[in-house]
Design a protein around this ligand. Structure first.
Ligand code: HEM
Length: 488
């Protein structure tokens, strides 16, 4: 038990013994070599060497804050999740926003999707929704994710991000056309984490008390309004204030200007899925609001900054596999891959007992498992039995699955997800382009052409342009002309 505050009183070693001198190490005579018996020196240098843990393989750069989620509409006809059971019910949340490709120390104001990771500390365990500020994604099978990310991060030879790699992968992965159009449009560089929307992006399953199931998509609409940066504004800000997003979030909360989001869901009855015009589990597609309108669910406000960034933000872990009763996964092949990927990353990055840290553990219930021991286990289970079933009144299974079963059929194979009536890789990219005003189109073309003009190989640039042409002939034509003009 700690009897003294760790931040006041006399300086000590890690073992708590008083330190006499924190300015001069022990030496063999004045001006002589340093002594190994100087425990304080050795311990201090050794601790310093171990201050870093592996940064996240993606989304390394981010900022976090705590807050409250409040239910504003009764959707119990769709889900039995307890934290959504009553209008006015409040649940503590922790949010971490991030960029994707940059390393831990990279600048915030860059063209990149923003992570929108949320942890709801519910009475039924922690529910994590690990989304982005984009409703769709570049690919639709987890098998392609490591290759995709390799093209976004540093090239093994040059050590820099390379336009050749980026556009080579996108050109060869036409399903990325929708998200690339989104990313190079106006919303591709948010002005801050407060001025962007968030999406669960995937389709998830909700099920009600009667066991009826639904497919849902989450939308978090910023109450601050959408604000974006242009390419040139971002270039200046990234240089002058690399921490712009992090600072903005912290300062706004410190000053009592709490950011908030109104939360909506789109709900599809389970029976609609088979014949919907788009594959509802394809992460490169949205569900047009005309098909499934937004239904209000709640409001999220962020109102408390973390006290220690390393402990609470760097060591925070979010997993798409953290569900609570009434909420579950869909067969989306990306989501299925993510159900494995995150827990594995956490065990590597923070360790097997990462769930025990204050930011990660449940706040309004206890984790009751028979998992024990491992690095930094804190002995929380004392002498309780470490096996189950047991005759000592230990925690036992509930016999009620968190989500409802899904009917499947067919053969096991490395198959593509089924195409629905209106599915192809270009239709929604084209729709997005055609929805833009002339000014928006102009900026999109300029942004994309600027990036494409960095590609050194014509065949790679041409193949990438073809995808945009397939989305919309005008889009492709203008892009090609703009790239040619830039390349001379
Ligand atoms: C199959 C595809 C994907 C894989 C394998 C994958 C894998 C990962 C991994 C390993 C991390 C680092 C986790 C950690 O170290 O704590 C991560 C972070 C993250 N990913 Fe993904 N990811 C995928 C797709 C996506 C998609 C589609 C989204 C959004 C819709 C997304 C949003 C995020 C966010 C927000 C974080 C940061 C979480 C945090 O703040 O700690 N990822 N991803």
């Amino acid at each position: 038990m700690t009897t003294q505050d760790a931040t006041t009183g006399p300086l000590t070693t890690e073992a708590g013994a008083p330190v006499a001198d924190n300015q001069n190490s022990q030496a063999a005579g004045v001006g002589g070599p340093v002594l190994v018996q100087d425990q304080h020196l050795l311990e201090k240098l050794a601790h310093f060497n171990r201050e870093r843990i592996p940064e996240r393989i993606v989304h390394a750069r981010g900022a976090g804050a705590y807050g409250t989620f409040t239910v504003t509409a009764d959707l119990t006809r769709y889900t039995r999740a307890h934290f959504l059971s009553e209008v006015g019910k409040e649940t503590e949340v922790f949010a971490r926003f991030s960029t994707v490709a940059g390393n831990l120390g990279s600048a915030d104001a860059v063209r990149d999707p923003r992570g929108f990771a949320l942890k709801f500390y519910t009475e039924e365990g922690n529910y994590d929704l690990v989304g982005n500020n984009t409703p769709v994604f570049f690919i639709k099978d987890a098998l392609k994710f490591p290759d995709f990310i390799h093209t976004q991060k540093r090239d093994p030879y040059t050590g820099s991000q390379e336009a050749d790699n980026v556009f080579d992968f996108w050109g060869l992965s036409p399903e990325s056309t929708h998200q690339v159009t989104w990313l190079f449009g106006d919303r591709g560089i948010p002005a801050s984490y407060r001025h962007m929307n968030g999406f669960g992006s995937h389709t998830f399953q909700w099920s009600n008390a009667d066991g009826e199931s639904f497919w849902v998509k989450y939308h978090f609409k910023t109450d601050q309004g959408i604000k974006n940066l242009t390419e040139s504004e971002a270039a200046v800000l990234a240089g002058e204030d690399p921490d712009s997003h992090q600072r903005d979030l912290r300062e706004s909360i410190d000053s009592g200007d709490f950011p908030s989001w109104t939360v909506y869901v789109q709900v599809m009855p389970a029976a609609d899925a088979a014949n919907y015009r788009f594959n509802p589990f394809d992460l490169t597609k949205i569900w047009p609001h005309a098909d499934y309108p937004l239904i209000e669910l709640g409001r999220m406000e962020l109102n408390r900054n973390p006290q220690n960034i390393f402990a609470e933000v760097e060591q925070s872990i979010f997993s798409p596999a953290h569900f609570v009763p009434g909420i579950g996964p869909s067969p989306d092949k990306m989501l299925q891959g993510r159900l494995f990927g995150y827990g594995d990353a956490h065990r590597y990055r923070v360790g097997i007992n990462a769930d025990h840290l204050p930011v990660n553990r449940p706040h309004v219930t206890e984790a009751r498992t028979y998992g024990r021991d491992g690095f930094l286990y804190d002995g929380r289970h004392a002498g309780a039995k470490n096996y189950e079933p047991n005759s000592f009144g230990g925690p036992a299974q509930t016999n009620r699955p968190l989500w409802e079963p899904v009917t499947v059929s067919g053969v096991t194979d490395t198959s593509e997800a089924p195409a629905h009536a209106e599915d192809d890789d270009f239709v929604q990219a084209g729709n997005l382009y055609r929805m833009m005003t002339e000014d928006e189109k102009e900026r999109l073309i300029n942004n994309l052409a600027g990036a494409l003009s960095g590609v050194t190989r014509d065949d790679i640039a041409q193949r990438a342009i073809e995808n945009f042409r397939k989305a919309d002939a005008d889009y492709g034509k203008r892009l090609e002309a703009a790239v040619q003009a830039l390349r001379g």
